[in-house]
Design a protein around this ligand. Structure first.
Ligand code: FAD
Length: 492
């Protein structure tokens, strides 16, 4: 059977473009002719430095050497995100990557914890999560069988450069130039070629739009439409600046809530990525700039960069012979560092759906349905942070508390409040995270599972203490994050 897609053209060379080129060239490089077009004069968005643990698996799929990757990207380890002042001023918690406590077959650990807390037998919910405690203790080691769940902080530009080298090693070709025009086949509506301003024409069987927020192919040429979620997520602006590190890197991202948004701090080996995400309705660019610069440490290495964005999703991520990957496919603010995950998710899904002969609409529809599900669930999780808060100190936070929210999220919040349950739907990305963030934001269930009462108080105390002791022992056995990182990079 002849394979219909032989020549793939990737438009754009940011994180999305080069991650796509890396995966396709490594896994299908012998069957495909892969060309990536990018324009140095346009450049990339230049942010996108915090990741989640799924990137570890993407790298394993590509057989990327972790030490080499961390050396090249000036990367560090990440065990979660510390949310500061989100629930209220002075109240912090860590959303860590691991599982909290231990489930029994019938009910989640939070039920046992709730009862133990009521009886004065338990500490913070996070005390029973290894990744949270390791993060707080500034520790890291690789543990067998992913015993410690981790992700990375990376320099986004270096990551793209690293993946470029990787992809070219597997035969991907790079063309420098500005795409001027997308040529569409008049009958089929398929993309035929990209015309560059040099006059060069790049033909292909399949096109991957990685042109960032411009969405040159999927939107400007194919007009697939955009569903805005800005009525649910009020932030629409960001300002980013890099600073020199003033201390050794910690293994978690900091997310600090301010009056009209929040600030990130992402520690790399020798510098820190900083940024303020804010709602322009409540804060001007000038005031954001002042606030950001007042809340950074160390010498500034770059000028502050303002980025305007619209939250939402492209109605079709795959249309005809075009797939949108990265910012061209939609955008959710970086609160839970999910964009790079969505890039790899689209790539891996595309590989799973790779057309055997011609493109079947049934497959395209199913692909788009799965993408929609993923983005909507992540969207809900992000809205949760804004909605469930005790903050009333500014107009922005008062607005967030009163937000109308999607029904899917309202159902999850009500279920947790009334019963303590959180159920995973389909292939939903976040599971344990829901409990951590809901409890961290101050949402306490009114009841716990009756099964907990089959334990006596003494048994419950023993169960809870045993888990805590296990976590304590494991934390004690880990290395200091920076020392471990240095040894790992040096191959020791
Ligand atoms: P870009 O980086 O914008 O790349 C677009 C490419 O297309 C460039 O190579 C450009 O030259 C090319 N191009 C465009 N037009 C043309 C043309 N006409 N001709 C030729 N080439 C063209 N994600 C995370 O996972 N974690 C984070 O912590 C995180 N933080 C973020 C913070 C902010 C404020 C924002 C806005 C985003 C953040 N993201 C984060 C998202 C992340 O930055 C992106 O998902 C990621 O960088 C991928 O971007 P991209 O490759 O789609 O687009």
């Amino acid at each position: 059977m002849a394979q219909a897609i032989k020549k793939v053209v990737i438009a754009g060379g940011g994180t999305a473009g080069w991650m796509t080129a890396a995966a396709l060239s490594k896994l299908m490089g012998r069957q495909l002719d892969i060309t990536l077009v990018e324009s140095e004069s346009i450049g990339t968005i230049g942010v996108g430095e915090a990741t989640i643990p799924t990137l570890v698996f993407f790298h394993r799929l590509l057989e990327i050497d972790e030490a080499e990757f961390l050396r090249e990207t000036h990367g560090t380890y990440k065990l979660g995100i510390q949310f500061e002042n989100w629930r209220d001023m002075g109240k912090d918690y860590i959303h860590a990557f691991g599982v909290t406590g231990r489930d029994c077959w019938a009910c989640g650990f939070q039920h046992f914890w709730l009862r133990a807390k009521e009886l004065g037998l338990a500490g913070d919910f996070g005390d029973y999560c290894l990744e949270r405690r390791a993060g707080e203790a500034n520790k890291f080691s690789h543990l067998p069988n992913n015993g410690l769940n981790y992700a990375f902080h990376i320099d986004a530009s270096r990551y793209a450069a690293y993946l470029r080298k990787f992809s070219e090693g597997f035969g991907a070709k790079r063309v420098e130039g500005k795409i001027d025009h997308v040529q569409i086949h008049p009958e089929s509506g398929y993309i035929r070629s990209l015309k560059l301003d040099s006059g060069q024409e790049i033909e292909g069987d399949f096109f991957i739009d990685c042109t960032g927020m411009r969405a040159l192919l999927i939107e400007q040429a194919l007009h697939t439409g955009f569903e805005s979620w800005s009525h649910w997520l009020p932030c629409d602006s960001a300002m980013a600046v890099q600073t020199e590190a003033v201390e050794a890197p910690i293994p978690y991202t900091r997310s600090i809530a301010h009056e009209s948004g929040w600030q990130w701090r992402i520690p790399l080996q020798t510098r820190v990525g900083n940024g303020l995400v804010y709602a322009s309705r409540y804060q001007s660019d000038e005031s954001a700039r002042t606030q950001l610069l007042e809340n950074i440490e160390g010498e500034m290495l770059t000028d502050p960069l303002t980025i305007k964005f619209q939250t939402g999703r492209r109605r079709k991520q795959w249309h005809k012979n075009c797939l949108a990957v990265g910012l061209s496919s939609g955008f959710l603010e970086p609160l839970e560092s999910t964009s790079i995950h969505l890039i790899q998710q689209n790539i891996v899904r595309f590989l799973q759906f790779f057309p055997q002969q011609e493109i079947h609409q049934r497959e395209v529809d199913e692909f788009n349905r799965q993408c929609e599900f993923d983005m909507e669930r992540i969207r809900d999780f992000i809205i949760l942070h804004y909605k469930v808060t005790d903050r009333t100190d500014t107009e922005f936070w008062r607005h967030c508390r009163q937000l109308d929210i999607p029904d899917t999220l309202a159902a999850k919040i009500d279920m947790f409040r009334e019963t303590g349950h959180v159920f995973r739907e389909g292939g939903e990305l976040f599971v344990d995270s829901w409990q951590q963030v809901m409890i961290g934001q101050g949402l306490m269930p009114e009841r716990y599972h009756p099964l907990v009462d089959s334990m006596s108080e003494q048994e419950l105390a023993g169960f809870i203490q045993q888990i805590k002791r296990g976590v304590d022992q494991q934390v004690a056995s880990l290395n200091g994050h920076n020392e471990y990182l240095k040894d790992f990079l040096a191959g020791r």
